[in-house]
Design a protein around this ligand. Structure first.
Ligand code: BGC
Length: 702
């Protein structure tokens, strides 16, 4: 390969660069020729505007690969899309609950199924590469990308991420129904100091290894061949200039054989925004030498030109370029695009299967979390008169948010009217004649709260659909985690009627609702439940499905009392207290579960040994139900302050009324390890406490 051919492989541009300006979308053959032939680009990404039909994707991919086939080396172009909660840029695709909701199912099989279906529908469009999963953990609820994560806990996020990857990639990324995953955004993106997207985080090496690297390491071990970089900065080092993370740890320590792709425009931003590079060329040199193999430029060929200059003057040595290109070509081979660069038209027939919608519905049903249910106001009996109100009642966008048919997911008209909104789902289940709808407010704006209050006059129960409008990335930044005043006022005014208020929350992060918690009889966290969300919420409200979702994060009570479930003990001593609105792992059911007989098979755990914890769980209520059995371990003393507890195992089970099951968990010394003073994983002998529900037992690690 010539230097130009190599540098071209390292260049990724957005589809806009090879498209006409006119509508409907069309590629521009001359621009395509320039990109593929003159600049030899290795990869193209994204949609211009909003989602395309499968047929249009086929035209696009065929045209691109035809152009690539005419170049000297005939290397196919690797097309990449953000299939975040399904193949969201392909019209008609299944849109699953967003990741923080999938995590709330605590059921990895559902994450795997979401991966399988997303892979099928992405590949059916002819696209072999998906920029997902987000394996940042969400420990800062203000962050507008919170919902793209599998929640705040390392173990839960790791297990969900691994299951999704299994579904997406299977054993062979090159299979025609699989796509290559991309772990993002490496690493520490999810803890911005001020909660704003793409801003500074302060994460020591120890914290990084303890909380933010394990999910990524698990993804690398699971065979994910690409990694996308953190757009923000850690301790003053922009993600895209972080040689230690990208090269020392990812490539050298973990032996990652795949390639590292930059995030959107972030190489250039080392100069324009981060100011660690005093010229655009220095930015390119810095990024490539830090370990970036492919630049998502994405609007021009500046990266190509500047990297060619670096190569010619020797500031980027050829072995670094060769290494990057080898990695990129390896992934191209893995995805099978050398053999099959073109979409498979036969996949189109099975694009939209009833089984896909069923799997989606199952995920939404298991995600939705019943947070409060005073006096058993839920489930609602059929035949009652219902007032439905609130800004999220009758929109599809609020159930899906960003990465839904378009980047910001704001266009209602892009959603099929066949799928019900929250209001639609309630009308179908309760009967239209029993439902009155009055919007009351929009987001942060009163429409007519008085009309909603009068609408309640003939109602037996009020369902207030609250939450957030659709958003994605930086446009979703907020200055206050409290739910807006108009929505809080709506609930207060409705509660004054004396009718029970059921609050349904469709939102991408835990907006603080403390002022209305006491006046709401029931609270249902719908998260961003996806296309089947309207139906699934109604199934829960009316008891056709017994809720089994459990929070994948801590739901704060006050905007300035943010913490995670694994807080330090000093946070609860001496006048401090941790009192979240709803705890991580919390979620009610219409039945009750009784825990008993937590037993350890030994009071000691020896090195290289195992300890088995067993607990009996009984469905002590009158309905079948699913429960998530959660095992936490507390290290009572360690050389660095221990968290109060850490999740070490979980199992989702289904029990019939009266049924008892014994659940067992195995603990190894490595499960009790932590990142010690020397920044390495260590175990320390001493006393530990295992807790399941309200039961606990102590043991000693020898
Ligand atoms: C986001 C990435 C995404 C990329 C390509 C960026 O703005 O941060 O998550 O994969 O755009 O769409």
């Amino acid at each position: 390969m010539t230097a130009e051919e190599k540098v071209g492989q390292m260049t990724q541009v957005t589809i806009d660069v090879v498209s006409r300006d006119s509508q409907p979308h069309q590629l521009d053959p001359a621009k395509l020729q320039t990109a593929v032939d003159r600049y030899k680009v290795g990869s193209i990404l994204n949609v211009m505007g909003s989602a395309y039909t499968v047929d249009h994707w086929h035209e696009i991919i065929n045209q691109i690969q035809d152009a690539a086939a005419k170049t000297r080396l005939k290397i196919p172009v690797l097309y990449g899309l953000d299939s975040i909660h399904g193949a969201n840029y392909v019209m008609g695709s299944t849109l699953f609950p967003q990741a923080f909701a999938v995590a709330a199912t605590w059921n990895p099989e559902l994450a795997q199924r979401a991966g399988e279906i997303s892979a099928y529908q992405t590949r059916a469009a002819g696209v072999p590469w998906n920029f997902y999963p987000v394996l940042d953990i969400g420990r800062q609820p203000l962050w507008p990308r919170f919902w793209e994560t599998y929640g705040e806990d390392v173990l839960l996020a790791t297990e969900m991420g691994k299951a999704y990857i299994r579904g997406l990639q299977g054993n062979d990324v090159g299979a025609r129904n699989k796509v290559a995953a991309c772990l993002k955004h490496y690493a520490g993106y999810g803890l911005p100091f001020n909660g704003k997207d793409r801003t500074q985080a302060h994460i020591s090496e120890r914290m990084m290894r303890q909380y933010f690297l394990p999910t990524f390491e698990a993804g690398v071990k699971a065979g994910v061949p690409t990694v996308m970089v953190n757009s923000g900065e850690i301790d003053g080092i922009p993600g895209h200039a972080n040689h230690h993370l990208l090269t020392d740890i990812l490539k050298n320590e973990w032996g990652f054989p795949g390639f590292v792709v930059s995030d959107w425009q972030d190489v250039e931003r080392l100069h324009t925004r981060d100011r660690v590079a005093d010229s655009p060329k220095e930015a390119v040199r810095m990024a490539v030498m830090a370990g970036i193999d492919m630049s998502m430029v994405p609007f021009d060929f500046s990266f190509f030109d500047l990297l060619m200059q670096c190569v010619q003057e020797g500031s980027v040595p050829m072995p670094r370029i060769d290494d990057a290109v080898r990695r990129i070509l390896r992934v191209k081979f893995m995805t099978g695009i050398f053999e099959n660069p073109r979409p498979d038209p036969a996949m189109k027939a099975a694009f939209d299967q009833p089984a896909f919608a069923e799997a989606n519905l199952a995920a939404a049903r298991e995600a939705i979390t019943l947070l409060k249910n005073e006096d058993h106001v839920l489930p609602l009996a059929r035949g009652r008169k219902i007032l439905v109100t609130g800004p999220t009642a009758n929109l599809h966008t609020v159930l899906n948010s960003g990465w839904s048919r378009s980047w910001l997911g704001l266009e209602e008209e892009l959603f099929s009217k066949e799928k019900p909104t929250l209001l639609g789902g309630i009308e179908i289940t309760a009967g239209k004649e029993n439902v009155t709808y009055v919007p009351g407010t929009s987001f942060d704006k009163e429409i007519d709260i008085a009309a909603a209050v009068s609408g309640a006059a003939n109602a037996d129960v009020i369902i207030a659909c609250l939450g957030e409008p659709a958003y994605c990335e930086t446009p979703g930044n907020i200055d206050d985690l409290m739910l807006d005043g108009a929505q809080l006022l709506l609930v207060h005014e409705l509660a004054k009627t004396g009718k029970p208020v059921v609050a349904v929350l469709a939102q991408g992060r835990p907006r603080v609702i403390h002022p209305i918690v006491p006046v709401s009889s029931a609270i249902v966290m719908a998260y961003l439940p996806g296309l089947e969300g309207g139906r699934a919420v109604a199934d829960i409200l009316f008891g056709d499905v017994n809720p089994s979702g459990k929070l994948s994060f801590t739901y704060p009570r006050y905007p300035n009392a943010l913490t995670t479930y694994d807080y330090k003990v000093n946070e609860v001593l001496e006048g401090n207290h941790i009192d979240p609105e709803f705890e991580f792992g919390h979620g009610l059911s219409y039945t009750t579960f009784t825990y008993s007989n937590l037993k350890l098979n030994s009071p000691m755990l020896v090195r290289d040994g195992e300890l088995t914890a067993t607990v009996e769980v009984r469905n002590s209520g009158s309905r079948p139900g699913k429960e998530v059995v959660q095992l936490y371990v507390s290290d009572l003393y360690r050389s660095l302050t221990p968290p109060n507890r850490e999740l070490k195992g979980f199992r989702k089970i289904e029990l019939q009324p009266g049924e008892t099951r014994t659940i067992s968990f195995t603990l190894k010394p490595s499960d009790l390890a932590f990142v010690g003073l020397n920044n390495r994983w260590i175990t320390e002998p001493g006393k530990f406490r295992a807790t399941v529900a309200k039961l606990s037992e102590e043991f000693t690690l020898l």
